[in-house]
Design a protein around this ligand. Structure first.
Ligand SMILES: Cc1ncc(COP(=O)(O)O)c(C=O)c1O
Length: 460
């Protein structure tokens, strides 16, 4: 054993070297991780499975530093939240001003909520009204409740390969034995009531068979929810756009609400998110990540008549729903989020071409390399969202992904970390506006080198 690694197995020389290197240079991270394991059940941190458990102490622009002082080019970017990079001056000064000049309080309205709501209404096609909450998970939970209350129908439909948050209705897997054009929803993990599966429909992604399922269930189906680019297999192309528009029409024809989950894509694809990019007008949309400027945030926006269910419970309306939370719309989150959204709005002509252009460049250059070297690896990207997959052949939907991570993938991510590029344990990565062309060029060079190291060990 060395630094938590078992070196007795069948490792190639590069595999052995990378483990020794990480063990030596991340000693403090390792010690602190052992201590955290004694104190905490790690929750998301454990399930995110970093290639090696580095603890991050400091962030700036496109970089992170761990507790041992190692610097990384960061493509985790707060799971997409830090679209301007870390400690962007506009966001930092707004937070400092709020702390020093006005302080913070909870559970009461504050004046920053007004311009914040105005940014949403200005940005997105569907948003006539908005409510704030604290995470993307909360936003989809509330939106689902609102859709059920408004429609009076119990079921919701999500797509195979999607993720909509950690609550019972946000995450499901398809039964692997179920047919590709009629996947069956299965809850993930223990502790979820079996009845949840009775009210969830799973739809096949990028398949017109989904429209028939929607029509057949129209009487019971409150809402269809979709990520306009699935983070499990990001695509951004005309065919996806066509599918989204046909889906929107199928929902409208069936009297089923159509909701886009813009927790990642909102204010990332374009200022108006996927709705602007594809010219879509959903009934409801959910947000998180970017809208908090690095503070925990979520929001639901949509048609005024649907959104009315959020304030009518107190008025005795039978369609009124329960919502609310101590920290929802709090002044620190509003200050940080508003600063980030205002910057994105003002500089959108610079920001979005950079995000989408550098994401595309990264994908194109790596794909060119893996093709020319005949390596079974490829990058999928939807603008600035990207992921490296260790698989040859087309990946159209989550069905085409490897159910198990191949050894080449494990080795590659160890090398990547050792060479100073950090991606999250989910492997789902994003470019930020703080990544310069040089940072992206450096990262592409490192990716190619790491692929070579894996190949030298005979794994690629
Ligand atoms: C599309 C989508 N919806 C919802 C969520 C949940 O957001 P949060 O992690 O803020 O709860 C995520 C998180 O990654 C997401 O990607």
């Amino acid at each position: 054993m060395s630094g938590g690694f078992d070196l007795s197995g069948d490792l190639g020389p590069n595999g052995r070297h990378v483990r020794e290197s990480l063990s030596a240079k991340c000693a403090r991270s390792r010690d602190l991780t052992s201590r955290t394991k004694e104190l905490m059940n790690m929750g998301s941190a454990a399930s995110l499975e970093m290639p090696y458990p580095v603890l991050i102490e400091r962030s700036d622009g496109p970089y992170l530093w761990d507790v041992d002082g190692n610097r990384y080019i960061d493509f985790q970017v707060g799971f997409g939240a830090m679209v301007l990079g870390h400690r962007h001056p506009a966001v930092q000064s707004a937070v400092e001003e709020q702390i020093h000049e006005r302080g913070w309080h909870f559970g009461l309205h504050n004046p920053s909520q007004v311009p914040m709501a105005e940014q949403f209404i200005k940005a997105d096609n569907c948003v006539e009204r908005v409510i704030f909450c604290n995470t993307g998970t909360e936003s989809t939970m509330y939106a689902i409740r609102a859709a059920r209350a408004f429609s009076g129908k119990p079921k919701i439909a999500v797509f195979e390969g999607s993720y909509h948050g950690a609550h019972d209705y946000g995450i499901g897997r398809s039964d692997p034995a179920s047919p590709a054009d009629a996947p069956i929803f299965r809850s993930v993990g223990a502790g979820v009531l079996p009845a949840v599966e009775d009210y969830q429909i799973m739809l096949p992604y990028r398949s017109r068979a989904a429209f028939d399922i929607i029509r057949d269930n129209a009487d019971d189906l409150a809402v269809v929810i979709i990520e306009c680019a699935q983070s499990s297999n990001p695509h951004m192309n005309d065919e996806v756009g066509e599918f989204l528009h046909e889906l929107r029409a199928a929902c409208a024809d069936s009297g089923v609400l159509f909701m886009t989950d813009e927790v990642i894509t909102g204010f990332r694809f374009a200022y108006g998110g996927a709705q602007e990019h594809y010219g879509l007008k959903p009934d409801l949309a959910t947000y998180g990540k970017i809208i908090g400027g690095g503070m925990p945030a979520g929001a639901v926006g949509g048609r005024a008549d649907i959104m009315a269910v959020f304030n009518s419970m107190a008025l005795g309306d039978p369609k009124g729903i329960m919502s609310g939370g101590t920290f929802s719309g709090n002044p620190l989150t509003m200050a940080a989020g508003l600063a980030q959204l205002r910057y994105l709005d003002e500089y959108r002509d610079a920001v979005y071409p950079h995000l989408n252009g550098q994401g595309q460049r990264l994908a194109d250059e790596i794909n060119q390399y893996t093709r020319s070297e005949n390596m079974a690896a490829q990058v999928l990207n939807a603008g600035s969202m990207f992921q490296i997959y260790f698989k040859a052949g087309e990946i159209r939907t989550a069905r085409d992904l490897n159910p198990m991570r191949p050894p080449a993938e494990t080795e590659f991510y160890l090398h990547l970390l050792d060479n100073g590029v950090l991606v999250p344990g989910t492997r789902r990565s994003c470019v930020s506006f703080a990544h310069s062309r040089d940072d992206i060029g450096e990262a592409i060079g490192i990716v190619k080198r790491c692929l070579d190291l894996v190949r030298e060990d005979g794994l690629l």
